[in-house]
Ligand binder design. Structure first.
Ligand SMILES: [Zn+2]
Length: 419
């Protein structure tokens, strides 16, 4: 027998929540979300959604319902080793430990680490991710495509001096091998950083027409090695890694001054952007780059910006730059059981008093746009990639959102659409 029961045919669920909210203007308390399978049919106040006869009603009165979150900067393949002790300011030592970890991993442990990272991202209420795959085998691309997550799998490349040509060849080979979007996951490229990739790598990447991410102005040591070719990162590249030789040209400028043209032309998503000067704010706003701020990672490294009173993300946002949120790798976080920008929202809400609605936008629609996805996938509209619920109380949806950010509870997943 089939077709006799609307509930079975349609699989409709009426989520009666304490409140619903998204960054596209939906806010209601109480709130209702009508789901059909993994798709949102309607969300808003009970009056706006109306009665639906054949829906199974679920009571989520103690929860605020929100879109699935967008984590725009993660390293899922560094999720196999748990959480490391705080990194402090020794970035050279940190990179050395990450390199040793990578070198110690065989194909099976790489796979397990990415699988663990995907589990933790899903436990954190993530629908879309910008993940950097640091292993050459494409394991991150395959596993992301097989997972419920959507987004971009950025393949990381390195190439200084005489090694730039090989890096450019590798980028082209990656795109030939993995092709366009499959199962909601595109392949992008990530020239690692201005101190580990030369200008020809950035210029070539900007021509390739795919999503691009780099680590930019992460440390003061990066600014020093770009300006003068000296300091701990020069020592690391020369002595620890052996890639600094006479073929390497020192840019002789702050990395933003040296690379702004290709970064803007390629509409790079720039991670961290901790160490900029006030004059760079408008330059970045005019360039078209997007910025992903990883507040917990920046805090773990003790990265404070010069001349600006606080991290420049806020003035970048006010200048018109799309600023979104990322977690960076699990190694530098304090949440071994989930990988979630919800915890970065909480840090900024509690430590810096950032407006909860702005944080919601940074963790949803801003992140989707930064990954070249339709921002509607990170709302409660019909295109939603996922819907989550967080324990909360309050007289309005905004008050409930603030309550979510005061608590430590993890989110629960209500639905997840991979199409
Ligand atoms: Zn990173």
């Amino acid at each position: 027998m089939s077709g006799t029961c609307g509930e079975l045919v349609h699989n409709r669920r009426m989520i009666r929540a304490g409140g619903v909210i998204d960054a596209a203007g939906r806010a209601a308390a109480p709130g209702v979300v009508l789901l059909e399978g993994e798709r949102v049919l309607a969300a808003g106040s009970p009056e706006s959604v109306g009665a639906v006869e054949d829906a199974q009603v679920e009571d989520w009165k103690e929860f605020l319902v929100m879109p699935g979150l967008v984590n725009a900067h993660a390293h899922l393949d560094l999720s196999g080793d748990g959480v490391w002790p705080p990194a402090g300011a020794d970035f050279r030592g940190w990179v050395g430990r990450v390199r040793s970890l990578r070198a110690s991993m065989d194909a099976q442990s790489q796979r397990r680490a990415v699988e663990r990272g995907i589990e933790l991202a899903l436990a954190g209420g993530t629908s879309c991710i910008g993940d950097i795959g640091g292993h050459p085998s494409g394991v991150s691309i395959h596993l992301l495509r097989a997972s419920p997550l959507r987004g971009v799998s950025f393949v990381e490349v390195f190439g200084l001096g005489a090694r730039q040509g090989a890096a450019v060849d590798r980028m082209r080979a990656v795109l030939d091998e993995f092709g366009p979007e499959v199962d909601g996951v595109r392949v992008g490229l990530s020239p690692h950083a201005p101190y580990s990739c030369g200008p020809r790598v950035f210029a070539a990447a900007a021509q390739l027409g795919v999503p691009l991410m780099t680590h930019l102005a992460e440390t003061l040591a990066e600014v020093e090695v770009c300006r003068s070719g000296t300091g701990p990162l020069r020592e690391m590249l020369e002595q620890d890694i052996g890639v600094w030789d006479r073929s390497v040209e020192v840019p002789g400028a702050h990395p933003i001054d040296a690379l702004l043209e290709p970064l803007g032309r390629g509409r790079f998503l720039c991670a961290h952007v901790n160490w900029i000067e006030p004059r760079h704010v408008q330059m970045l706003a005019d360039s078209g780059v997007r910025v992903v701020y990883c507040p917990r990672a920046s805090a773990a490294f003790g990265h404070a910006p010069p001349e600006l009173a606080e991290h420049p993300w806020r003035i970048l946002h006010e200048a018109g730059v799309n600023v979104c949120l990322g977690t960076d790798s699990l190694l530098c976080l304090e949440t071994p059981d989930r990988l979630s920008v919800l915890d970065d929202m909480r840090l900024l809400f509690r430590r810096d008093g950032v407006d909860a609605r702005l944080l919601l936008a940074m963790a949803t629609t801003h992140g989707a746009a930064a990954l070249d996805l339709d921002p509607a996938v990170a709302t409660l509209g019909n295109e939603a990639a996922g819907v989550i619920a967080c324990p909360a109380q309050g007289v309005s949806a905004e008050a409930m959102l603030a309550d979510v950010l005061r608590r430590d509870d993890g989110p629960q997943c209500l639905c997840r659409s991979t199409q």
